[in-house]
Design a binder for this molecule. Structure first.
Ligand code: SAM
Ligand code: SF4
Length: 493
């Protein structure tokens, strides 16, 4: 190692413990108040189309990087006139550039177990799907094999996904997280582990905080209670308020990077957009920090799932939603997953998405099973639209002038939650995000890229460096890039 400081991972390895006895967390929701103002949202959706003056005012506020209020988002949602829609798309594109620059953060989902005691009507993992779902939970050795395969492709950031089942208690989840951080192959290592799973109690989140999780994601599925009740009719998940307050409890436990989401296709997407904003406002009011990320998965085909497609969201409306969310919550990361096809992702990333998964496999054990190419819905939660290899996605991003980033610096430097908001100010991207994106891209190019992708990547890096004015920081960045070329890893600002 050179004399440059090598940053120490936040999480130190510990021995993998033996499985403890599982426990089900029983929802305790007495006294909780539903903070989604459903009647007001329905009324806002009836408002007349925006006047040019109203649209001007709202776009100006967004471009000043201020979070919108519900009535302001409703102005954007009321727009159907093509010329006005174009203004919304242009503003979203511009805002994305000013807040996030031309970086796209890459991650991979890793399914740990698909046993589930819930009955979500849209999901292949629901407990009633006994004939159409092969149940499996990765053993620790199988998890290590998955991690080895992921690291050998170049992944550094994961989201672990679990069904809701007594076997998947916080101790088990913590053991999985520790295994992720401990498993290292060559230059490969996982530097950030996020989780998408059922809501926990405060004690459960504390256990995960202690092993160094990044974001805890819970999708509310639908903010419209009658829809929620019909879609999640049984099991712990049927308690709307337990789920709605799931991320409050995460915050109480000190997990200050939380991710919200709504499953699009269950109810009116415009209601869900306002629900996501109301959730954001609630978190800001209570914890002085909004969600770290927002997800907006569209409903996909799944094993033995046959639900009313009345609320299916068209590509055109999906584009509106993404642009409007971008404008409404300027500082929140937005995730566009591999549920979508390459064509849809290619087009929609520019309207505000900051993170995508790539090289995605959602079959249990799918990364280490190189033989299996086709999707088998009995082994997967739903059908994905983009199963391209990571290197191909990286190459396409480079062609489009985007910097694929594996940066994990903020979370490891403690720049999370409220603290992160303080840093999200002009100059932040130049000082931290772009240099860190380039350092992680350099690692990828040296360690994992195909020859063609490496050429594209080096070209983009040279162009980005040329754009940077000469400064002490640029000199330091060049020194660190050279150090990565020589074999140093994990250097960041
Ligand atoms: N079991 C945990 C829970 O329900 O919170 C983990 C979530 S699940 C494994 C991840 C997310 O996938 C769900 O919250 C839901 O929004 C989404 N999902 C489920 N079925 C889907 C489908 N058919 N198409 C697209 N997304 C789906
Ligand atoms: Fe279970 Fe989650 Fe699927 Fe619902 S969405 S059935 S809780 S895995």
């Amino acid at each position: 190692m050179s004399n440059l400081t090598r940053n120490i991972p936040a999480v130190q390895p510990r021995a993998v413990s033996r499985r403890r006895r599982a426990r089900v967390v029983m929802p305790q929701t007495a006294g909780l108040v539903d903070f989604i103002p459903a009647a007001r949202i329905e009324a806002l959706l009836q408002r007349p189309p925006a006047t040019p003056a109203e649209l001007d005012a709202v776009l100006a506020k967004s471009l000043a990087k201020q979070r919108l209020e519900l009535d302001e988002m409703a102005v954007l949602l009321s727009v159907t006139d093509p010329a006005q829609l174009e203004r919304i798309f242009a503003a979203a594109r511009e805002l994305k550039k000013t807040v996030y620059g031309n970086r796209i953060v890459l991650f991979a989902p890793l399914y740990i177990g698909n046993k589930c005691i819930n009955s979500c009507r849209f999901c292949g993992f629901r407990q009633e799907n006994t004939t159409g779902s092969i149940r499996r939970t990765l053993k620790i050795e199988e998890l290590r094999a998955e991690l080895t395969a992921l690291e050998n492709k170049g992944h550094k950031r994961l989201i672990l996904v679990f069904g809701e089942h007594p076997d998947y208690d916080p101790d088990f989840m913590a053991e999985c997280v520790r295994t992720c951080y401990q498993t290292k192959v060559g230059h490969g290592e996982i530097r950030r582990v996020n989780i998408n799973a059922a809501p926990l109690d405060v004690e459960g989140y504390r256990k995960l905080k202690a092993v160094g999780i990044g974001t805890y994601q819970i999708f509310q599925e639908s903010y419209h209670r009658p829809t929620y009740a019909s879609m999640c009719p049984k099991g712990p998940k049927s308690d709307f308020l337990w789920r709605l307050y799931g991320l409050d409890r995460a915050q109480e436990a000190g997990c200050d990077d939380v991710g919200i989401g709504a499953l699009l296709g269950l109810y009116d997407w415009r209601f869900e957009a306002l629900g996501l904003l109301a959730h954001t406002v609630h978190l800001e009011e209570r914890f002085h920090v909004g969600p770290h990320t927002i997800s907006f998965p569209r409903l996909k085909v799944a094993s033995n799932v046959d639900i009313d497609r009345r609320w299916e969201v068209s590509d055109a409306d999906f584009k509106r939603l993404i642009a409007i969310l971008r404008l409404s919550v300027p500082y929140t990361g937005m995730i566009l997953t591999a549920r979508e096809s390459p064509e849809v992702r290619r087009e929609l990333i520019q309207f505000g998405c900051s993170q995508i998964d790539a090289g995605t496999r959602i079959e249990l054990g799918g990364y280490s099973d190189a033989e299996r190419q086709d999707q088998d819905l009995r082994r997967e939660q739903f059908k994905i639209g983009d199963a391209r290899p990571l290197d191909e996605v990286v190459a396409e991003l480079l062609d489009a002038g985007e910097i694929p980033s594996y940066c994990t610096a903020c979370y490891r430097r403690g720049r999370t939650g409220e603290h992160f908001m303080e840093f999200a100010i002009p100059g932040f991207i130049k000082r931290f995000c772009t240099p860190n994106a380039l350092l992680t891209l350099k690692e990828y190019l040296v360690d994992y890229a195909s020859p063609g992708t490496r050429v594209k990547g080096e070209r983009l890096m040279a162009a980005e460096l040329t754009k940077m004015p000469e400064s002490e920081q640029k000199a330091e960045l060049l020194t660190r890039i050279a150090a990565v070329e020589r074999g140093d890893r994990d250097l960041f600002f």
